[in-house]
Design a binder for this molecule. Structure first.
Ligand code: GDP
Ligand code: IMO
Ligand code: MG
Length: 421
C-alpha cells in the first residue's frame, strides 16, 4: 500500500479541496484523516461551486472510494446537509462513501460547549468555527467519546443520554448566557443519525490495509500552523493537521507514505484569532482580500491577509517532510507593483530564521525581501513555461529557499485553472 498525503502548510484554506479534486483521477481512494466540519473545501468545475466540510474532495469523480477516517470528527447534521447539497450530481453515496467506525461523533451539546467555552474567554477567544471540534476531541482523548461504531449497538441512545447529561452540567460551569433549544437540536440530530446509518461503517484501517494494490490520497484539513502540537498554540485546532496525523487518522504506517504534497497560497491568510506576523492592514492586504475573495468557506468570516511567510513555510515543510509543493491563488497577486516575502524574523532584536516559541507581535517583526510584481492575467495562461518573468523569479527563489520543487501553480478556482510542471 502506498499513500500520498496532501496537506495545507499555512493556517488553512490554501486550496486543498481544489487540488484533491484535480488529482483524484490518479487515485482509487481519497481519505480524510482529521478535522471535521470546521473545514470548508471549495471545488469549482463546470461553472458550479461546491463546499465540502466532511466528505472527501474526490466525491465528484466516478468509481472512486471516499473514506472518512477514524481521525475525523463527524457532525451527522452537517454531513447529511452536505449529501443533500450534492444530490444534483447523481452521486451514489451508498457506493462511494465509507465511514470509519472509529470516527467520533459531534453531539449537539459538543457544539454548545464550544460556544460556551469561547464566550467565557471574551477577547481571548480562539475564534473557533463553533462546530464542536474542541469538545469532541476532548471527549475522545478523555476516553468519553461517542464513536460511529456505537450506533450499531441497539442501546446507543443510553450512552448518548449519559454523555449529553454530563455536557449539560459542564455547560453550567462556564456561567455564560447562552440561548439554545436542545430539544430542537436533538430532533435534527436523531433524524440525521438515521440517515448516517445508511452509509457503510467500516474498520477503515483494515479496509486500507487490504487495498494494497490501490492508490490512496490522504486529504488533510486545516493547515500546519493550526496543528495542536506545532501550530500557534492555543490559537489552533484540536487535531494533528501535519503528516503524522495521517498515520494516526487512518491507521497507515509511516513507511507506507510516499509523496507529501504541501499546499500554500502565494501569500498568507488566517481566519480566527492568534498571531500572524506578516499580516497587512494596508491597501495591499485589502487588495488580497478583495481579489482573492478571502471569506471563510465555513463561517463566511473575512480572512486576515498578509505576505508570504517563508520562515513559517520552511518550518511546515520540515515538520511534514514535504516532497512536492503546490502554489495556490497565484493569480491574486497579478497587478501588485511589488511582492514581499518574509525571509527572517527580528526576534527581540536578533535576526532569526526559525519559528520561535512565542510568535506574539510585541516580540517579533518580519524581515522582508522585495520582488518586482507582474501585471499579466494568469488565468489566461495555459502552461508553466508561459508564466511572467517576474513570477518565475519569485517561484525560483521560493524553491531555492524551501529546497522543495513547486510542481503545480494554481491560477484560478476552477479545476482547469491549474498549471502542471
Ligand atoms: P481549502 O480549505 O484548503 O480547501 O480552501 P478553501 O476552499 O477554504 O479556500 C480556497 C478558496 O480559494 C476557495 O474559494 C477556492 O475556490 C479558491 N481558489 C483555489 N485555488 C485558487 C486559485 O488558484 N486562484 C483563485 N483566485 N482562487 C482559488
Ligand atoms: P480548512 O480545512 C481555516 C481555525 C478557526 C480557528 C481555529 C480553531 O478549510 O482549511 P476550530 O473550529 O477548529 O475550533 O477552530 O482554527 N480553523 C480553520 N481556518 N481553515 C480551516 O479549515 C479551519 N478549521 C479551523 O478559524 O481560528
Ligand atoms: Mg477552507
Amino acid at each position: 500500500m502506498k499513500v500520498d498525503l496532501l496537506l495545507g502548510l499555512q493556517w488553512g484554506d490554501e486550496g486543498k479541496g481544489k487540488i484533491v479534486d484535480v488529482l483524484t483521477s490518479k487515485y482509487d481512494i481519497i481519505a480524510r484523516f482529521q478535522g471535521g466540519p470546521n473545514a470548508g473545501h471549495t471545488l469549482v468545475f463546470n461553472n458550479k461551486k461546491y463546499v465540502l466540510h466532511t466528505i472527501p474532495s474526490g466525491i465528484f469523480h466516478k468509481n472512486k472510494i471516499n473514506l472518512i477516517g477514524n481521525g475525523v470528527v463527524i457532525d451527522p447534521v452537517i454531513l447529511c446537509k452536505e449529501i443533500l447539497n450534492i444530490k444534483n450530481e447523481n452521486i451514489k453515496i451508498s457506493e462511494t462513501l465509507l465511514i470509519s467506525k472509529k470516527a467520533h461523533l459531534i453531539l449537539p451539546t459538543h457544539r454548545i460547549l464550544d460556544a460556551a467555552s469561547e464566550m467565557s474567554k471574551g477577547k481571548n477567544k480562539i475564534g473557533s468555527t463553533l462546530k464542536g471540534i474542541g469538545p469532541t476531541y476532548m471527549d475522545k482523548t478523555g476516553r468519553n467519546g461517542f464513536r460511529v461504531g456505537e450506533l450499531e449497538n441497539k442501546k446507543w441512545k443510553d450512552k448518548y443520554v449519559e454523555l449529553r447529561d454530563k455536557h449539560i452540567e459542564l455547560i453550567k460551569f462556564f456561567k455564560v448566557n447562552l440561548n439554545f433549544n436542545l430539544k430542537k437540536l436533538e430532533e435534527e440530530f436523531f433524524q440525521s443519525v438515521d440517515e448516517l446509518k445508511k452509509i457503510d461503517f467500516v474498520d477503515s484501517e483494515n479496509f486500507l490495509f487490504e487495498a494494497n494494490d490501490k492508490k490512496i490520497l490522504a486529504e488533510g484539513a486545516q493547515g500546519s500552523l493550526l496543528d495542536i502540537d506545532f501550530g500557534t498554540y492555543p490559537y489552533v485546532t484540536s487535531s494533528n493537521t501535519t503528516a503524522a496525523g495521517a498515520c494516526t487518522g487512518l491507521g497507515i504506517s509511516p513507511n507506507s507514505v510516499n509523496q507529501v504534497f504541501g499546499i500554500f497560497k502565494a501569500y498568507t491568510t488566517r481566519v480566527g484569532s492568534g498571531p500572524f506576523p506578516t499580516e497587512l492592514f494596508d491597501s495591499y492586504g485589502e487588495r488580497m482580500s478583495k481579489v482573492g475573495n478571502e471569506f471563510g468557506a465555513t463561517t463566511g468570516r473575512p480572512r486576515r491577509c498578509g505576505w508570504l511567510d517563508l520562515v513559517a513555510l520552511k518550518y511546515a515543510c520540515r515538520v511534514n517532510g514535504v516532497s512536492k509543493l503546490m502554489m495556490m491563488k497565484t493569480d491574486v497577486l497579478s497587478g501588485f507593483d511589488k511582492v514581499l516575502v518574509c525571509t527572517n524574523y527580528n526576534y527581540k532584536g536578533k535576526i532569526i530564521d526559525y519559528l520561535p516559541y512565542d510568535l506574539s507581535e510585541s516580540s517579533l517583526k518580519p524581515v522582508y525581501k522585495e520582488f518586482k510584481g507582474w501585471s499579466e492575467d494568469l488565468r489566461q495562461i495555459d502552461s508553466f513555461e508561459n508564466l511572467p518573468k517576474n513570477l518565475n523569479y519569485y517561484i525560483k527563489f521560493l524553491e531555492k529557499e524551501l529546497e522543495v520543487p513547486i510542481v503545480i501553480v494554481s491560477v484560478g478556482p476552477d479545476r482547469k485553472e491549474t498549471l502542471f510542471r
